[in-house]
Design a protein around this ligand. Structure first.
Ligand code: 5RP
Length: 231
């Protein structure tokens, strides 16, 4: 089965789960990425089931509004019944690496507001140890060279400043007006500790390790079909 078909499978399964388990009139948190785009498409016939949504990126907001969802600002709501998002990697404890799409900071905020994190992905994202996918770190632009040196010296990571896809000379700017450092050659054996340690570096806005607040449920697909895993 092609990867896009596997993504569509988890998107549809997540819609089924939500319609089964979440009563009408709630506000749902919605993430960012190609898998989430398929989830939004599959959720579109059910706009009236929800009071509204909170989104983790301008891109998802535009897609949701295109379908008629009421998109609340995060400051307008107290908490969210659930948050649905993809991942770049997920380990057997539900700890994730995220931020491939550059939305990690808002994703972590909306996830923190949510009662449960439902991760949707295909089985290529399941790993034993996080770190094969380069770790995204969102930084204040003027701190980027200093943070790059520190990451290389202290952790031996290979760091690159993210640029716009197919435009190597144009720096990628996040929805928050910040930059992203992508760090490869890391083997993240202790994700919670590393997540906390990175948060202490001046200039770091957010890092892409989601271990302190991991997924509660994983909906994952492979050529064998789709399954749900609760952590
Ligand atoms: C965006 C993310 C995405 O969830 C992650 O990159 C997975 O994306 P996709 O569903 O396109 O594989 O963290 O910042």
């Amino acid at each position: 089965m092609h990867q896009d078909e596997q993504k569509a499978l988890v998107a549809n399964e997540a819609v089924s789960l939500i319609l089964q388990e979440i009563s009408a009139g709630e506000i749902l948190g919605i993430g960012t990425g190609s898998t989430v785009n398929l989830f939004i498409d599959a959720l579109a016939p059910y706009t009236k089931h929800f009071k509204g949504v909170v989104s983790s990126s301008e891109a998802s907001t535009a897609r949701l509004q295109g379908y008629g969802f009421l998109v609340f600002d995060a400051n307008e709501v107290n908490d969210l019944i659930a948050y649905v998002d993809g991942a770049d990697e997920i380990n057997p404890r539900g700890e994730m690496m995220k931020g491939g799409g550059g939305a990690l900071t808002r994703e972590k905020i909306v996830a923190a507001m949510s009662n449960q994190f439902i991760c949707i992905c295909d089985s290529s994202k399941q790993v034993a140890t996080l770190g094969k996918f380069p770790l995204p770190i969102e930084v204040i632009p003027l701190s980027s060279a200093h943070i790059q040196r520190l990451l290389e010296k202290k952790w031996g990571g290979k760091v690159s400043l993210r640029t716009v896809k197919n435009q190597a000379s144009e720096i990628f700017v996040t929805d928050n007006g910040a930059w992203i450092l992508d760090v490869s050659d890391l083997k993240i054996e202790h994700p919670k500790e590393f997540e906390m340690e990175l948060n202490q570096i001046p200039g770091v806005i957010c890092n892409g390790i989601f271990a302190l607040n991991p997924a509660n449920t994983l909906i994952v697909s492979s050529s064998a079909g789709v399954k749900r895993i609760n952590y």
